[in-house]
Design a protein around this ligand. Structure first.
Ligand SMILES: [Fe+2]
Ligand SMILES: [Fe+2]
Length: 172
């Protein structure tokens, strides 16, 4: 039940997503290396950019010196962009996954976004914890991620977009 409530909340985060402003883009560029990392992040749909940044800021608030964890949070869903699915397509992909799917190639890519993103990040030379979290974030903790780091990253992945920012978005 909690999982479905979370998914409903995430659905509204996606629906109300709004572009990063200049300060937020600067923040992203400080954490990511120029080139493929930054370009892939910015090639994501706005909702995924916002989710990644919210996750990174959640980590930064708890562990300001752990840039590796902030980068892991920022980049963990970067593989989702390969699915090309919009809001409705993502809902259907989630339903399909719960009913024995995926049913389409796009749904398969959406379901495999962790592995897809991890392979890219590894090829681009990202540090092991960034690659490991992208690969495993919908599964169980791998040995290379310490339990405390894993707990923080999981909490960051569940972070909702604050209403204050949504209100600001609705006026744009
Ligand atoms: Fe994910
Ligand atoms: Fe995520």
């Amino acid at each position: 039940m909690a999982r479905w409530l979370h998914l409903v909340g995430r659905f509204f985060d996606v629906v109300f997503a709004y572009p990063l402003d200049d300060d937020e883009r600067r923040r992203v560029s400080e954490l990511l290396r120029p080139g493929p990392e930054f370009e892939a992040f910015m090639a994501q749909p706005v909702a995924d950019q916002r989710h990644g940044l919210e996750a990174a800021e959640t980590v930064a608030a708890a562990a300001p010196d752990r840039l590796d964890l902030q980068r892991a949070a920022l980049l963990h869903d970067v593989g989702k962009r390969h699915s090309g699915l919009g809001v409705v397509g993502r809902v259907l992909a989630t339903v399909a996954a719960g009913l024995g799917g995926p049913w389409t190639r796009r749904q398969r890519r959406y379901q495999d976004h962790g592995a897809l993103g991890a392979a890219e990040l590894e090829a681009w030379g990202a540090e092991p914890i960034v690659v490991a979290y992208a690969r495993h974030h919908h599964g169980t903790r791998p040995d290379e991620v310490a339990p405390g780091d894993w707990a923080l990253l999981e909490r960051a992945d569940r972070a909702r977009i604050p209403r204050r920012r949504r209100v600001r978005a609705s006026s744009r």
